[in-house]
Design a protein around this ligand. Structure first.
Ligand code: PEP
Length: 249
């Protein structure tokens, strides 16, 4: 059986101040004890602070989005090379909040993932269905469509440069978590679906995201196709985040 990297990645979203970040970064880097790979995805303005705080620590960091372009007249966008100037090694792409509020398409998400991989970074590709899509019986169809758009980059990327995060939209920030069985079923589907387009999917880490907490992490992470978590709200509280890390280790 292929051994996959177990990840716990924090998505801070649009939260934080210099003061709260300093305390959080210190507590997380001081409290982790090996095991799972850990990273935090911080707002762009705090990359320099994060770089300084995590220098020499076993906690990676990155951004919550990236431009699909390398440079030029793209006001407000941030390139992969700019992220790398601050030591970032990964970024989220296709988070449901960006798909929803910024109208990001599957094709844009794929182009962003490709930009990261071309720069030697890891792309954390977020996929997931809305409640309406699940209730209509279309959850797998939607996730399959989102993955298919990224087929080229997923199947062509070097080992470890693609992580997939399954985040059912109805579970993000709502307190509603998919049951461990529901999440496992979708993760197994995702792994099989990626194999269909030629990806070495047994080696790709697939994370679950959506109201993961210290209390439900262990059961979710015990599932055979769940390789860790993408954590929103609970990533802002060091003790909660570290408890989730411990559950993945
Ligand atoms: C997320 O934003 O990726 C997320 C999973 O959020 P939460 O854990 O708060 O549901």
């Amino acid at each position: 059986m292929t051994k996959r990297t177990r990840w716990v990645i924090g998505n801070w979203k649009m939260n934080g101040t210099f003061a709260t970040n300093a305390a959080l970064l210190h507590a997380v880097s001081a409290g982790e004890s090996g095991g799972a790979s850990i990273a935090v995805c911080v707002p762009f303005p705090y990359l320099a602070q994060t770089q300084a705080a995590l220098s020499g620590k076993a906690v990676g960091y990155g951004a919550q989005d990236v431009s699909q372009h390398s440079s030029g007249a793209y006001t407000g966008q941030v390139s992969a090379a700019m992220l790398q100037d601050f030591g970032a090694t990964l970024a989220l792409v296709g988070h449901s909040e960006r798909r929803q509020y910024n109208r990001e398409t599957d094709e844009e998400v794929a182009a962003k993932a490709s930009a990261l991989v071309a720069a030697g970074m890891t792309a954390v590709i977020c996929v997931g269905e809305t409640l309406a899509e699940r209730e209509a019986g279309n959850a797998e169809k939607v996730v399959s469509r989102q993955l298919a758009a990224c087929a080229g980059v997923i199947s062509g990327a070097p080992a470890g440069k693609i992580v997939v995060a399954y985040e059912p939209v109805w579970a993000i920030g709502t307190g509603k978590t998919a049951t461990a069985a529901e999440a496992q079923a979708m993760h197994a589907f995702i792994r099989g679906d990626m194999r269909r387009f030629g990806a070495r999917s047994d080696a790709i880490s697939i994370l679950y995201g959506g109201s993961v907490k210290a209390g439900n992490a262990a059961e979710l992470f015990a599932q055979s196709d769940i390789d860790g978590g993408l954590i929103g709200g609970a990533a802002l509280i060091a003790s909660d985040f570290l408890a989730i890390v411990a559950a993945a280790s």
